[in-house]
Design a protein around this ligand. Structure first.
Ligand code: CTP
Ligand code: MN
Ligand code: MN
Length: 507
């Protein structure tokens, strides 16, 4: 089936070849070649620069020094015959030691996510099965309605459209319309799960959640490469202010809306004493410029090391897991999320207070509020409530160089009395959650996200299975009993869902 590109787009893509060659490679044994067939010029260009930024060597032309051939939506036969045509030589057998690995995009995605080449496993290799030609896309277009029934990778093929849908969703939320926001989020999430780049309005017509307004938006972007509505919204003062205000720690849409109505337009307007900020908002404003910088994976790992070492000083076998976006393979996030547990409930009591006191004693604690464990009633409906003992903190992460020296323990962050000389730390948002051992799989599932994936899991449980799921457990509300699980895999199985690994929960 052919889906011709509209003329305008074809021209633009042809005009932007990415032919720059990476100056150096961190991995001398790996030279990647990305097969453009079915991937498209634009995506190939994007993936090429992504890989180069991460220190991979990417060949622009196929040659004998290529070690890893990566393609999308092609069969092994497709790729081999394509190589034959390019080189004019018959391809060696894939088992041949000298032959490059012929791989699916999953090898590439995993390697980028880890920041180094992962070893090639059977699941990465292209099979010799021909993909169904005639109605392949029709099959792919019958996307399952719940995000938890789909695989949604971190990098996908339709960001041009999903970026716009997300702007429209945000604007709807800023106008107080949660339902419209959800509509855009659902459509965006469907497009993120598509294993190919949407190329025609006809294809979009068959997609679940992509009708009505969303369909018009998709059509405009496909035909015109832009969306006037989103462009118009983004330049509105209300949108820009709401975006600024809601990006402050402790400020939700409601507060931001109230402030906007009261005439707040910029951060300095928040210094008005009439506004009565909460301690959380005060801290959010004080550390605004640090907190708006995304937390890198390297920083997240440094926070993890520091807190883990402290925890193990209290109780050696406490288990601490990084959850949230980083567990889904993101390379940066707005905070770092951790889950703490231990098989012995006694070992957990008082642990959060100990960590807080330790952070405070070390000068790491710029702000925190803790929430004690609340008893979460298995309610009639699935609930978004999370009753775990939780600490929402702003952590003063010592700079790399100051961590190496003694300075690591003498960080004295103080907004009011800045110490002379350059700052040796930076503020990072950290969430710490303590969970009883039997609830751990549910907490892990609940705190790994994405938020939309979680919402969909709960909706699926309730509407399709009549079970209530939250980050404490799974409940049969009719029989008034909870259903235990020992792993995330268990929970998916109990819900009759195929297991979705964290890196595919980026719904
Ligand atoms: N979560 C929760 N209860 C809260 C806060 C968050 O259950 N009080 C869950 C969210 O539903 C989400 C996960 O914890 O699934 C992580 O939340 P968050 O840190 O806000 O989002 P991330 O996906 O980690 O995004 P980022 O990388 O930007 O931090
Ligand atoms: Mn997070
Ligand atoms: Mn968080």
């Amino acid at each position: 089936m052919m889906f011709p590109l509209p003329l305008k787009r074809r021209k633009r893509e042809a005009a932007s070849p990415t032919e720059s060659v990476a100056p150096s490679s961190l991995f001398p044994d790996v030279r990647i070649f990305l097969v453009e067939r079915r991937m498209g010029t634009a995506r190939r260009g994007f993936l090429t620069s992504l890989a180069q930024r991460k220190g991979f060597s990417v060949a622009h032309e196929y040659s004998g020094d290529v070690t890893h051939v990566v393609s999308e939506q092609n069969s092994l036969t497709d790729v081999l015959s394509w190589i034959e045509r390019k080189t004019g030589k018959p391809t060696q057998s894939p088992e041949d030691q000298e032959s490059p690995h012929i791989l699916d995009i999953s090898w590439f995605t995993e390697s980028m996510s880890l920041g180094k080449p992962v070893s090639v496993e059977a699941r990465h290799r292209l099979g010799s099965l021909e993909p169904p030609e005639s109605n392949e896309k029709d099959v792919l277009l019958s996307v399952a309605p719940y995000a938890c029934q789909r695989q949604t990778p971190l990098t996908h093929h339709n960001s041009e459209i999903t970026d716009v849908l997300e702007i429209l969703g945000k604007a709807a939320a800023f106008q107080g319309s949660e339902a419209r926001c959800l509509g855009f989020t659902r459509a965006s999430s469907v497009l993120k799960s598509l294993p190919f780049k949407l190329q025609s309005t006809q294809e979009a017509k068959n997609l679940v959640w992509c009708g009505g307004h969303c369909q018009a938006v998709i059509q405009e972007i496909l035909e015109d490469g832009r969306c006037h509505e989103a462009e118009g919204l983004q330049i509105r003062e209300q949108y820009q202010c709401m975006e600024l205000l809601t990006s402050i720690f402790g400020v939700g849409v409601r507060t931001a809306e109230r402030w906007y109505k009261d005439g707040v337009r910029k951060l300095s307007d928040l210094e008005d004493p009439k506004l009565k900020l909460t301690a959380e908002q005060r801290a959010g404003i004080d550390h605004y410029s640090d907190l708006k910088q995304p937390v890198t994976r390297e920083e997240a790992e440094r926070v993890e090391r520091l807190i883990k070492d402290a925890l193990h000083g209290f109780t050696p076998d406490l288990k601490m897991t990084m959850t949230g976006g980083f567990r889904r393979g993101k390379q940066q996030g707005h905070d770092v999320d951790f889950l703490i547990t231990h098989p012995d409930e006694g070992a957990l009591s008082g642990v959060l207070k100990k960590v807080v006191d330790w952070m405070d004693g070390q000068g790491f604690l710029l702000y925190h509020h803790t929430k004690v464990r609340s008893h979460v009633q298995p309610r009639r409906r699935s609930t978004h409530m999370d009753g775990h003992e939780t600490c929402y903190a702003i952590f003063a992460l010592p700079n790399l160089d100051s961590l190496d020296s003694e300075a690591g323990v003498s960080v004295v962050p103080d907004g009011d009395f800045p110490s002379p000389g350059p700052r040796t730390w930076r503020a990072v948002r950290v969430d710490l959650v303590v969970t009883p051992y039997d609830e751990y799989p549910f907490a892990l599932l609940g705190w790994t996200g994405s938020k939309h994936f979680e919402r969909e899991l709960r909706r699926f449980s309730w509407h399709e299975k009549n079970l209530s799921l939250n980050s404490h457990g799974l409940y049969n509300t009719e029989k008034k009993c909870s259903i235990p699980a020992t792993s995330e895999e268990d929970i998916f199985e109990l819900l009759g869902l195929q297991y979705v690994p964290p890196s595919y929960r980026n719904a």
